[in-house]
Write a protein that binds this ligand. Structure first.
Ligand code: HXC
Length: 266
């Protein structure tokens, strides 16, 4: 077996990351580039994508940017085709684009629910579908970012929880259909991760210290820790892993919805 701790684990590979303009998606893109992959960044805001691409290029890596919304299938398909043409191939897809906010189910509008499902679940399917033909050429790997809310009943998160649970099921179904075609399909479920838009939306600073104390490992995770889990799944070390969702949550899911109940005042 190759030394999985070697540098340049992804040399010769081309990757595409949705939601690559910030947070976890940007962290994954930068780690992939550090390991030698050509990286294509997809997101709604070109300026954010360009900032991440500049960081990658300044460090000696290769990055392209493709501004589009994962809800817009024709635009996303074009972005994926363009990225594969520019890099000459596409081996790795990471679905990190997501939308979220705290909202009580009793007052959440149908359009609010649909918007999050469209971005998270439909956007993930859209990218998998558009990338399939490229990945199938030489085999490849997909990792989608889900969340502990997919399994843990969570107040104020009915929209995101349903969308993320859908991603976990889609991951298993695609793994079954596409395994024989050489495509592995997995997911990573982060718990609270510091420095992300998600945490600033879900855990305002005034609830942060109480929240941190309840995480079994006593702290939030880091973007690098999530990116490392994704790297493991797409690397040779993960070659026999498909259809799995890897929890990287400091044990947060073990304590149920407690942190979110804190946010609601108990
Ligand atoms: C209630 C809300 C709301 C809120 C929006 N809506 N924000 N409802 N509380 N705080 C409703 C709107 O009223 C509208 O419904 C509908 O959602 C669509 O809103 P738009 O702003 O028109 O949609 P859009 O511009 O497409 O924006 C999508 C978005 C937005 C999801 C609503 O927040 C967004 O773009 N987010 C992207 C970035 C993001 O959220 N990153 C964090 C991901 S964190 P009506 O009925 O009025 O038309 C994350 C962590 C995962 O994913 C962990 C948990 C699973």
């Amino acid at each position: 077996m190759e030394n999985v701790f070697a540098p340049n684990l992804l040399a010769g590979k081309a990757a595409l990351v949705t939601g690559g303009g910030s947070g976890i998606g940007a962290g994954i893109a930068m780690l992939f580039a550090h390991h030698g992959a050509k990286v294509a960044l997809v997101g709604r805001t070109l300026e954010k994508l360009e900032n991440v691409a500049k960081t990658i290029r300044d460090a000696g890596g290769e990055a392209s940017t493709h501004a589009c919304d994962v809800r817009d299938y024709p635009a996303l398909e074009k972005a994926i085709n363009d990225a594969a043409t520019q890099a000459g191939r596409l081996d790795l897809l990471v679905n990190s684009a997501a939308g979220n906010f705290l909202a009580p189910a009793a007052s959440l509008s149908a359009n609010g629910f649909r918007s999050v499902v469209d971005i998270d679940l439909c956007g993930t399917f859209n990218a998998c579908r558009a990338a399939f033909a490229h990945l199938a050429k030489q085999g490849g790997s997909i990792v989608s970012i889900t969340a502990t809310q997919a399994d843990v009943p969570t107040p104020l998160q009915v929209h995101a929880g349903a969308a993320k649970a859908g991603i976990a099921k889609l991951t298993r179904d695609l793994a079954l259909e596409w395994g024989r075609m050489g495509i592995r399909v997995n997911a990573v479920a982060p718990g609270p991760v510091e420095g992300t838009e998600g945490m600033s939306r879900l855990a305002p600073p005034d609830v942060e210290s109480g929240l941190k104390k309840r995480v079994p490992l006593g702290r939030y995770g880091t973007i690098d820790e999530i990116a490392a889990a994704v790297l493991y799944l797409v690397s040779p070390a993960g070659a026999y892993v498909t259809g799995s969702t890897l929890l990287i949550d400091g044990g947060t899911s073990l304590i149920g919805p407690g942190p979110f109940l804190d946010m609601m005042g108990g």
